[in-house]
Design a protein around this ligand. Structure first.
Ligand code: 9MG
Length: 276
């Protein structure tokens, strides 16, 4: 399985690491505009050196309860960083946004993937993604970031997540996005209780068999905080275990904060698999 965008091809027969680059005020906000672009660029360069093949850049927090960000503010945060990355770094750039204008501008600035936690359901998003002609990541979420963790309930979790993703994929295909350019994501932590997150993780293989690349994002998420009673700084072991489980079940792209450690577990797994 391959992803293709612009002049790039990404071989998904080996797991690919997507490094997370948040350019929200809580991540880079102390040194003024240019200093912040520079810091974000350095962070991206470090993740690429550590082995990330994709950098996912986001200017709007999607954490539970996070406030909305105005379009111009989001553009001001992400576009200068994307421009600098596309000039100086050899990696795939993914834009984490749900806004049509940000998608268009980000791809014009050099982004290769659109990562949308709202699965291209916002106004104009689907049309913007079709026009951009790059791969898209469609994520499942119950509710919206502001309220999604209030009381998420499912009658049949796996069936509901799967039918949502397949239905969104069909909408995208009908609108003109190639099947090969559609990535599915189970949406860990997005409108899910602890038990839902772990049931989904255990069922990763079922989603992989649908024939689309599967992206897994469990890095530092509250599912490990709750299970292991750890704050955000104590979730590395849980996140690596989650990544390993997803990879062993066939997930091709792993979205993480801790790139070097994730690359290590992939190397261990590849060494073991070389004997089979
Ligand atoms: C932006 N963002 C935060 N968590 C995410 C996840 O799990 N998947 C994707 N695709 N994006 C995410």
């Amino acid at each position: 399985m391959y992803l293709r965008s612009r002049d790039k091809t990404l071989d998904l027969t080996t797991p690919q690491v997507m490094g997370i680059l948040n350019v929200t005020p809580d991540s880079f906000s102390d040194g003024g505009h240019f200093a912040n672009v520079d810091k974000a660029f350095k962070q991206a360069s470090k993740m690429v050196e550590q082995g990330a093949t994709i950098i996912d850049i986001g200017g709007e927090s999607t954490r539970p309860g996070a406030a909305d960000v105005a379009t111009q503010e989001e553009l001001d945060r992400v576009i200068p960083v994307i421009e600098k990355m596309s000039q100086h770094l050899d990696c795939w750039i993914s834009i984490d946004t749900s806004k049509a204008i940000v998608m268009t501008e980000a791809v014009n600035a050099g982004a290769h993937i659109i990562n949308d936690v709202r699965a291209l359901q916002e106004e104009g998003a689907l049309q913007a993604a079709v026009a951009a002609g790059v791969p898209v990541c469609l994520m499942h979420m119950q509710g919206a970031p502001r309220s999604m963790q209030t009381a998420p309930e499912y009658t049949d979790l796996l069936k509901e997540v799967q039918s949502f993703l397949l239905q969104r994929a069909q909408v995208c295909i009908k609108a003109g996005i190639k099947k090969d350019n559609i990535i599915l994501d189970l949406g860990f932590g997005f409108g899910k209780q602890l038990k839902h997150n772990f049931e989904l993780l255990s069922a990763t293989k079922q989603f992989v068999t649908l024939g689309y690349p599967v992206l897994t994002g469990v890095s530092r998420k509250s599912m490990f905080g709750q299970l292991l009673n750890r704050d955000i700084n104590g979730r590395l072991a849980g996140s690596l275990a989650g990544a390993l489980i997803a990879i062993q079940q066939g997930s091709q792209i792993i979205r993480v904060h801790d790139v070097a450690e994730t690359i290590d577990i992939i190397k261990v797994l590849q060494e073991v698999n070389s004997f089979n």
